[in-house]
Every structure is written in structure tokens, then in C-alpha cells.
Design a protein around this ligand. Structure first.
Ligand code: AMP
Ligand code: MG
Length: 409
């Protein structure tokens, strides 16, 4: 592949091409069986077919009286109350013509009854009630199986288990549940200049940001981070730390992957047996990214600048982690917003520009968070998403722009 000077897209991969190559080499991890109480955020690895009817019998959605709808009339019906049924019991008898039964929310409807009259619509005197309106058949009755029918396929492989899915699995008694194993991701930061969290940066040092932002991104992507700490810019030191990640599924390093003489991560990885590709990807921010295979592991060498590391994680590592963890949809949904002010992307590479989003009458508005420097991490805290802008293009105020949302807003 020809590598030309910055500013040219010839010989560069598009983001889509790079992602396709990454996903093409990304394995889906094996499955494990988990108690439903531990399965939040995991990805289902089996179809779930209901063996139950939910609800199992018709039941009342109100406190009131179970009646036969045909017994009610415009000019008031009088019915005899023949029993009482609360949730948790079965009715001991049915409801015949001219009869009603006191019933509470969730209690099974007695045989013969086909509607419930809420207690506030009833005048009760002893064991006789008066109902002044016509009641429709099925009123305030939840039908048997209205939620789930026996044999329904209610969840599919690849679905992420959120609170509602967990509740549904519990309703069906489907525990343990088969899910994919979470990817283990070893994170290494490299650079002589890095002072780690808990230490005061000395002369010439800067605080280590990437270990922590990447660790958080890994967790948000449903994977398990393992911290390999900071390696100084020495080949043996980098190799040694990389070795600590040998039982990870993914090794994620940041910095030290350019072509400077202190950029030793690639050499350390190659010496450890990894097979690497260095790609120039047509995007900004983000320098070349390194991707490769190391035994059954995947390896990513992300750029060192904190925003570049986060954005390349978002575009390349996150989809790979989701795929490994069993997800079938691995990319974020795109939003369309209108530019509130011009959004310029000078330079030939496609821009992923930090924007704030706001709701307005005609949908969403996007506005740059400010300086787009790749070391300005604070602008990531202000960003709701990344506006995707073609190279050498300015999105004029009022024009539409695609935005990758980075958080709920
Ligand atoms: P490099 O690719 O090693 O030249 O690093 C590019 C830039 O990112 C340099 O300014 C580094 O100081 C900075 N950098 C590298 N690693 C980190 C890190 N873990 N946290 C914050 N900044 C970093
Ligand atoms: Mg460095």
C-alpha cells in the first residue's frame, strides 16, 4: 500500500475498510451459563422460547367485582355478591347469571365472569351491588397469555440483556441463562512522560489519562478491563508488560505507535510474536492505527493523544468488543442533526468532530464543542457525539450532518 504525505487520502483505508478488516478477524467468544441475577448487560447466546402462558389465567386489572357483561344494563343492574377472590388464590366457584364476585387486582377471574367493574363504579349494600352502566365484555380483564404465549420466541441470540429482558427471563423461570463470555481487555499505556494516578507529575511528566478513559470505555462496551500499567519507552519493559496480558482476549496499548525512534510498541509486539498491520486510516483525529493478531488475541495500538485514543477506540475497538461478546449489531445508530453554526473540516481526511447536541423544533442541532485538538480531552466531556464530516468540507449553518451519539442525552 502506497503511503503518501498527510493530507492525501490515496493509499489510505477508509474507516469502513479498516473496520471490515478488524471484524473479519474478530472471533465471537464462547458461551457460559449464568444465573439471571448476574446476567445484566450480557449478550444472549440462545433463543428463549416460553414454556409458560403469561398471565396463566384471565385476571382482574382492578379492585372491583367480576360480572357477566350481559347482565349489565343502561338502567342499572342489581347483582348478588356470591364470593370474594384475592390475588394468590383460585376462585372456589363460578359466577352465574345475576351474580357477581368481589375481586382484587391480579386475582383469577371466576368461571362464567367475563368483565370486571371497578369498585368506584358500584354501589354496594350488603351482598347486593348496583351497577348503573353497561359494561363491555373483557373490561378490566387481562386475558390469559396476553403478554406471552407458550411457544413464543421472546428473545433472540445476540440481544443484550437489559432490565426488561432480565424481568422477562425471571417471569419465564429461565435461569440459568446462556450468554457469551465477556472479553478480557488488557490495557497498556506507554511513555516515559507518564505519571500514574496517585502520583504527582514530576518535571517533564504529564498525568496518565488513557489508561483510565480506555478502561472506562472497555467497561461501557460490556468487557472486562485489566490494567497493565505504564511501560517506559524501553523495548524490554514494554515486552515484559505485554506478556502480563497473555490471558487477555484483546491487548490495547496507547501511544508509541508512530514512527519516532521512541515508538517501540510495534517492535515489542512483533518480537512477542504478534502479526501486525499498520494502517493509515482517512480520519481525523487519529494517526495510523495498529491492528493485529497475537495467537488467539487481537491487538490494537492506539494513538497516544487522549482524544485520538478515545475516538479510535469508539470506531474500531468498541465494535470488535461487541462482536466478541456476541452482539449482532455492533455499530452505534446514527443521528441526523442540523449545524447550528458552520462545522468546518479542513484537510482531506474525514472528520469525527466533537459536537454538543440540543433539541429544537425541527429535531436536533449540533454545535462544535470548541477547539478540536486531539490532546484536548476536556472537549470530549462536553461532547454528546461525533459529527461525521467529509474531507475538505464545511457543513454550513442549517445543513444536515450525521452524528454518532456517544451518550444518552
Ligand atoms: P506518542 O504517540 O507516544 O507520541 O504520544 C502522543 C501524545 O500523547 C504525546 O503528547 C503523549 O505525551 C500523549 N500521551 C501518550 N500517552 C498518554 C496517556 N496515557 N495519557 C495522556 N497522554 C498521553
Ligand atoms: Mg510516546
Amino acid at each position: 500500500m502506497a503511503v503518501l504525505g498527510l493530507g492525501y487520502t490515496v493509499g489510505m483505508l477508509t474507516v469502513e475498510e479498516a473496520l471490515e478488516q478488524i471484524l473479519g478477524r474478530t472471533p465471537v467468544l464462547e458461551t457460559e451459563s449464568l444465573d439471571v441475577t448476574c446476567a445484566l448487560g450480557r449478550v444472549l447466546a440462545e433463543p428463549v422460547v416460553s414454556t409458560r402462558e403469561i398471565p396463566p389465567w384471565p385476571n382482574s386489572s382492578m379492585d372491583g367485582y367480576a360480572v357477566r357483561a350481559a347482565d349489565t344494563r343502561v338502567d342499572a343492574a342489581r347483582l348478588r355478591v356470591v364470593g370474594r377472590i384475592a390475588a394468590g388464590a383460585m376462585p372456589s366457584r363460578g359466577v352465574g347469571s345475576g351474580e357477581a364476585m368481589r375481586i382484587f387486582t391480579g386475582a383469577p377471574l371466576p368461571e362464567g365472569a367475563d368483565a370486571v367493574v371497578p369498585q368506584e363504579d358500584v354501589e354496594a349494600a350488603g351482598d347486593v351491588i348496583g351497577i348503573a352502566t353497561v359494561v363491555a365484555k373483557g373490561a378490566y380483564v387481562r386475558a390469559r397469555g396476553e403478554d406471552v404465549r407458550q411457544g413464543d420466541r421472546v428473545l433472540s441470540p445476540g440481544q443484550r440483556l437489559g432490565p426488561a429482558e432480565i424481568g422477562l427471563l425471571a417471569t419465564l423461570g429461565h435461569s440459568p441463562v446462556r450468554v457469551h463470555r465477556q472479553p478480557r481487555v488488557a490495557i497498556l499505556s506507554t511513555g516515559n512522560e507518564l505519571a500514574d494516578l496517585g502520583t504527582e507529575p514530576g518535571p517533564g511528566q504529564i498525568p496518565n489519562a488513557n489508561t483510565y478513559s480506555l478502561r472506562a470505555q472497555v467497561t461501557e462496551a460490556g468487557a472486562m478491563p485489566v490494567n497493565l500499567g505504564i511501560a517506559p519507552d524501553r523495548l524490554e519493559a514494554i515486552e515484559e508488560r505485554l506478556g502480563w496480558g497473555s490471558d487477555a482476549d484483546v491487548v490495547l496499548s496507547s501511544a508509541g505507535v508512530s514512527v519516532g525512534e521512541l515508538d517501540l510498541v510495534r517492535e515489542a509486539l512483533t518480537r512477542s510474536g504478534a502479526e501486525l498491520h499498520l494502517w493509515r486510516v482517512s480520519m481525523r483525529p487519529g494517526k495510523p492505527i495498529t491492528f493485529g493478531s497475537w495467537g488467539r488475541r487481537l491487538v490494537f495500538g492506539l494513538p497516544g493523544n487522549p482524544v485520538s485514543a478515545m475516538v479510535t477506540f469508539e470506531l474500531f475497538v468498541r465494535p470488535a468488543l461487541l462482536r466478541m461478546g456476541g452482539r449482532t449489531v455492533v455499530e452505534r445508530p446514527r443521528l441526523v442533526a442540523r449545524a447550528r453554526a458552520p462545522i468546518p473540516n479542513p484537510g482531506a481526511r474525514r472528520g469525527y468532530l466533537r459536537v454538543r447536541l440540543a433539541r429544537c423544533d425541527h429535531g436536533l442541532e449540533a454545535e462544535l464543542t470548541g477547539d478540536q485538538g486531539s490532546a484536548i480531552l476536556r472537549s470530549m466531556t462536553l461532547a454528546d457525539g461525533l459529527a461525521v464530516v467529509a474531507g475538505d468540507t464545511t457543513v454550513a449553518a442549517g445543513e444536515r450532518v450525521d452524528v454518532i451519539p456517544l451518550r444518552e442525552f
